[in-house]
Ligand binder design. Sequence first.
Ligand code: GDP
Length: 208
Amino acid sequence: SGCWEPQYRVVLLGDPGVGKTSLANAFAGVQERDLLEQHGEVAYERTLSVDGEETTLLVIDAWEPERRESWHRSHCLQVGNAYVIVYSITDHGSFESASELRIQLRSMRQAEDIPIILVGNKSDLRLRPIPVSCPRVPSPSLCPVSVPLPCPRVPGAVPPPCPPLAEGRACAMMFDCKFIETSAALQHNVAELFEGVVRQLRLRREGK
Ligand code: GDP
């Protein structure tokens, strides 16, 4: 026991601004931060004790969608043992990007059964439930849980639709990946997210 700690590379993907760096920082913690930088890539290493067993994760925060060089994209898509695809629940475009990323990743790593976790971040911004009777929400079904803005009854404050929990879950199921909502800002579900990554990696290790 303790003689061999497996280490896994976990790559964060997702649009700019969705909270990848914030999640990586929340994962690393202030005390235990061990920031490694290689070839301009930032990675955070931490050993987690999950179900009584230690596993070291190297969380890589290097995804820059605006960098069009295909080698950089394919490097990121090839290097991970597991992927965390992040969107912001306040940004529907980032949800669509997450779907595209899952398709790209699955097609590039077809032969492998790599764990992919879909993360709806900024869950703290689900502040107010939409009043069912609110006349200003044309289609409350777009966002049945809540919206991140003041009550849409307030003139001029029509909320943008945000992907509801159910939508994230349904997409995750369709693409055979796990789903969790997090708040990097409140550190909500961040530990659970990375523990989930560890469990998914172990399931596959044991399956082989
Ligand atoms: P990245 O570009 O994906 O790495 O995103 P960042 O981690 O740099 O975050 C972008 C912005 O979103 C920053 O202003 C963060 O403070 C903010 N942010 C990140 N996570 C959360 C969250 O869970 N809740 C809220 N309210 N803001 C967040």
